[in-house]
Write a protein that binds this ligand. Structure first.
Ligand SMILES: Cc1cc2nc3c(=O)[nH]c(=O)nc-3n(C[C@H](O)[C@H](O)[C@H](O)COP(=O)(O)O)c2cc1C
Length: 172
């Protein structure tokens, strides 16, 4: 796949085979995430690698939309460090960029992934922080489930001309 094909054909994959992803591949996905852009290049992120099925069960209890963890080989918790960010709130955009890099890197390697949202839901952030022993200044942003795909997704049509404006809002 060339890069444009990777961008367009990535889909959220929620069904996985039982094949485990090797740890070198997991580290390479995190490396790709670490090359994301961040405000003033502060890179205010941390990544927690989760393999333990018990931990995934705990996540599923506190997150209604994380059932895909049942079959996942790994999950990665992306966290933002308020002490490292450029200025108040920048960690959110920085972690979003890192998360997207991770998803695209996974797809490029034939690994299925799904973004499981945590921020900005306050209760989820609290529960996940407790579950993973996060210090106060470290905020859980998202979990990404990972595994070799056991489902095929069709390519949707998403190009929307009406969302493109020329020079000013509504300019066509
Ligand atoms: C901020 C954010 C939060 C999301 N949270 C969840 C989630 O909790 N559970 C889930 O199954 N998918 C979640 N998704 C995945 C979206 O449902 C998915 O990206 C969207 O339906 C588009 O499908 P695609 O990823 O296949 O292109 C989330 C995506 C984003 C960007």
């Amino acid at each position: 796949m060339n890069f444009e094909e990777i961008l367009i054909s990535r889909r959220s994959i929620r069904r996985y085979t039982s094949e485990k992803i090797d740890s070198a591949s997991i580290r390479n996905l995190i490396k790709a995430a670490m090359y994301a852009p961040s405000a003033v290049n502060k890179r205010p992120w941390h990544f927690i690698i989760v393999e333990d099925k018990g931990k995934m069960e705990e996540v599923m209890k506190i997150h209604a939309n994380a059932k895909m963890l049942k079959e996942a080989s790994h999950a990665i918790l992306i966290c933002g460090d308020e002490n490292l960010q450029h200025d108040d709130g920048f960690w959110i955009a920085d972690c979003g960029a890192a998360t997207q890099n991770l998803l695209l890197a996974a797809h490029g390697k034939g690994i299925g992934s799904c973004w499981i949202g945590i921020y900005p839901r306050e209760q989820r952030m609290k529960d996940i922080s407790n579950l993973f022993n996060l210090p106060k200044h470290v905020k859980p942003f998202a979990l990404v489930s990972l595994g070799y795909p056991a489902e095929d997704k069709r390519l949707p049509e998403r190009f929307e001309e009406k969302k493109i404006h020329s020079e000013v809002w509504g300019g066509g």
